[in-house]
Design a protein around this ligand. Structure first.
Ligand SMILES: *Cc1c(COP(=O)(O)O)cnc(C)c1O
Length: 382
């Protein structure tokens, strides 16, 4: 494997695939059951057990899962959904799919999650749901948001697509929403290639989610009876087998990820112009990405260019959703609308981060940062 070894090019992310994953995926190929088989069920059971939830329903991506959540909660035209502009675009798009209004509320600097006070300030009579996001794997103020939602009679969809394995106040992320959603794209904490999972404790919601994922089928009757406008959002067996292997190794994966985060904390701790990622109070974070913030005196984009030139790929994480071209042209958002999210977005940089990174690879990134930082500051003229 090229990316585990010293001297090989650095990459932003790399999946942690062992012989077990290869074995289980091969088993699926040999079995002939490539869809609707036992691995999807085992995968669902393992995620339910890990998060302590009653129902887990696998699906074809995190985005599909968020869409299922919106549909299952019957959110649509005329409904407001409050979410964060500092996220991956899918956490807002899911409401637009069903013609609901996306209402953004700014974030707090501490956790980079949506600010509960801003959520309260943006609420109207049309508010039906809030979609908090566990940004980079960190916990947002999920309990406060949960209280707010239950006080106001809203539903909470927890976008925990970046949060698998993080524990907040003794509870796994993904255990808080009326519906919670995970994603398993190759750069996430575990991967199925493409894939996702929706979770709930409510049997009626679980049944609806299951049905919508399966072409609107009626779970009680024959396979070709459709009681709703559904989708094919199922996860295939090859992907599910990959997910099962990753979950059988889950403790090991968490431990390997935390080792690399620890190496970075140590290597970068002495660099004054860098703010390290830090866990929310009472959270043990299984980081999705390792994202630093650079001081305002550093030109972040120039820094990224210099790092790329020295072989260190990085990425600004995230570009805010409201300033994406589609959102600007459709809704007229402009810079300044969500100042905290925009300020943070202008200073973040995701560093190469994968489980097999060695101390010397982390050291290379740290050295490149130490060299490039002052140069990026000078060219900024500050
Ligand atoms: C990864 C991710 C998703 C969903 O991603 P898919 O690529 O559709 O699986 C949704 N929300 C957030 C915050 C994510 O990071």
């Amino acid at each position: 494997m090229t990316n585990g070894a010293d001297g090989s090019p650095l990459t932003l992310a790399f999946p942690d695939i062992s012989d077990l994953e290869i074995e289980l995926v091969s088993d699926v190929l040999r079995s002939g059951t490539l869809a609707l088989g036992p691995f999807a069920q085992e995968f669902e059971q393992r995620i339910a057990d890990l998060t302590g939830r009653k129902f887990a329903i696998s699906c074809s991506s995190g985005t599909a899962g968020l869409h299922l959540a919106i549909r299952a909660l019957d959110i649509g035209e005329g409904d407001d959904v409050i979410t964060t502009p500092f996220s991956f675009v899918a956490s807002a798009n899911c409401a637009l799919y069903e013609r609901a209004n996306v209402v953004f509320a700014d974030i707090e600097e501490e956790t980079l999650g949506i600010d509960p006070d801003q959520v309260a300030a943006r609420a109207t009579d049309a508010t039906r749901a809030v979609i908090p996001v566990d940004v980079f794997g960190n916990a947002c103020q999920i309990e406060r948001l949960q209280d707010l939602a239950s006080d106001r009679g809203w539903r909470m969809i927890e976008d925990s697509c970046e949060g698998l394995g993080t524990i907040s106040n003794g509870r796994q992320l993904g255990s808080f929403g009326d519906i919670s959603v995970f994603a398993f794209y190759p750069n996430k904490q575990i991967t199925t290639g493409e894939g996702g999972m929706v979770l709930t404790d409510d049997p009626a919601l679980a049944e609806t989610l299951w049905s919508l994922r399966n072409q609107g089928r009626d779970s009680d009757t024959t396979w070709l009876r459709h009681i709703d406008l559904g989708y094919n959002y199922r996860l295939d067996e090859l992907s599910a087998a990959l997910g099962v292997a990753q979950l059988r190794r889950f403790d090991e994966l968490v431990e390997r990820r935390s080792r690399v985060a620890g190496l970075y904390d140590e290597a970068l701790g002495g660099i004054g112009w860098i703010t390290l990622p830090h866990a929310a109070p009472a959270a043990t974070v299984n980081w999705f990405v390792y994202v630093i913030q650079v001081d305002p005196g550093i030109d972040r984009d120039e820094l990224a260019r210099l790092l790329a030139k020295s072989g260190v790929p990085t990425r600004p994480y995230f570009s805010t959703i409201h300033l994406q071209p589609y959102y600007r042209s459709r809704f007229g958002y402009k810079p300044g609308d969500f100042p905290v999210a925009e300020r943070v977005a202008s200073r973040t940089l995701a560093l190469p981060f994968w489980n097999a990174m060695t101390e010397s690879q982390v050291g290379r990134v740290a050295d490149a940062l130490r060299t490039a930082g002052p140069a990026a500051a000078a060219s900024n003229g500050s």
